[in-house]
Design a protein around this ligand. Structure first.
Ligand code: PEP
Ligand code: MN
Length: 339
């Protein structure tokens, strides 16, 4: 249940409503927008009447939420969530942000060159996997801690924020000093123990849609993180598995406006995994911005033909730079800003 307080509600009135929600058997999550405070009562108390809350002083609206996700739903934060990073970069605001870099960190030279190239083209985040979830156990599994250290070093040198994938709970404390954003990959979208643990860390999480996950399942996975008190969740559409075989996955562009309607969380598009083919990355990136995404996750490699992973879908640096110029035009056309 969502209780939207009146704009002029006092702190005392807010506290009274919180107490009442707790007495009724709810866990309370509070969010303060520019207009009003919103209280979400989460849980399933056996008996309660929303009217009891409507009558309390300072209460504006009481809405019973029928969707299975409560905190990920739009009514918890009607104005939308903006996730802010240490250097002032905001995801979910007017700006379309870009996270770019290679699929995997391979060497100091490779990641430093990548960082300089994506920074010059206008990206705000450097992406790069240090722990890689590979379909085959014989494929390159990532550089691990050494890769994380390289990411941090080149991130600091270039002023880029760092996003990298966390695959299991034990990696959270290891990664904590090195990343600005934890990425949960498609294969781990329903690793509920990992999600719960990320709910109590003080760092934002990029949650990618699973290869066979519905939008509702994606929002329920986000709910696991939010319910622990970590409201810094960014979603990502990265393609789903369909009967089509020409592309690696089918990039569900329609998920972007649907999620914008259902949720307050920012949503990114990943046209690299969404298509698996370099020549399709640009068109899908342009479509994602036109459809209203808050940012993009794009694989770029200084030498894609020699990449340890996902070379076929990685852009050459010049292609990325050209794409960024095109994206700026599209962002302007849909009233968004891009660096
Ligand atoms: C990645 O971003 O390199 C990755 C492994 O993505 P996904 O989890 O979407 O396959
Ligand atoms: Mn990849």
């Amino acid at each position: 249940m969502i209780v939207a307080m009146q704009a002029e509600a006092t702190e005392e009135q807010i506290q009274q409503v919180i107490e009442r929600l707790i007495q009724t058997g709810f866990n309370v999550h509070r969010t303060t927008g520019s207009l009003q405070t919103i209280l979400a009562g989460v849980g399933s108390p056996s008996r309660f009447d929303p009217k009891d809350f409507e009558l309390l002083a300072g209460v504006g609206d009481v809405v019973r939420i029928s969707a299975p996700y409560k905190l990920a739903g739009k009514s918890f934060r009607p104005e939308g969530t903006v996730v802010e990073f240490s250097n002032g970069v905001k995801v979910g605001g007017n700006q379309v942000v870009v996270m770019a870099g290679p699929c995997s960190v391979e060497s100091r030279e490779q990641i430093l060159t990548s960082a300089r190239q994506v920074k010059a083209a206008g990206a705000q985040f450097l992406r790069g996997g240090a722990f890689k979830p590979r379909s085959s156990p014989y494929s390159f599994q990532g550089m691990g801690l050494e890769g994380l250290k390289l990411l941090r070093e080149v991130g600091d040198e270039t002023g880029l924020l760092i996003v990298s994938e966390v695959m299991e709970i034990s990696q959270i404390p290891v990664m904590m000093p090195y990343v600005d954003l934890f990425q949960v990959g498609a294969r781990n979208m329903q690793n509920f123990n990992l999600l719960r643990e990320l709910g109590v860390v003080k760092k934002p999480v990029l949650l990618k849609r699973g290869i066979a996950a519905t939008i509702e399942e994606l929002l329920l996975s986000a709910e696991y993180i939010l319910s622990g008190g970590n409201y810094g969740v960014i979603l990502c559409e990265r393609g789903i598995r369909t009967f089509e075989t020409y592309t690696r996955n089918t990039m569900d562009i329609s998920a972007i406006p649907v999620i914008k309607k259902l949720s307050h969380l920012p949503i990114l598009g990943d046209p690299s995994h969404g298509t698996g083919r370099r020549e399709q990355v640009g068109p899908m990136a342009r479509a994602a911005v036109a459809a209203g995404c808050d940012g993009l996750l794009i694989e770029v490699h200084p030498n894609p033909d020699k990449a340890f992973s996902d070379g076929a879908q990685s852009l050459f640096p010049e292609q990325f730079s050209q794409l960024m110029s095109e994206l700026r035009l599209i962002a302007t056309a849909v009233n968004r800003k891009m660096q």
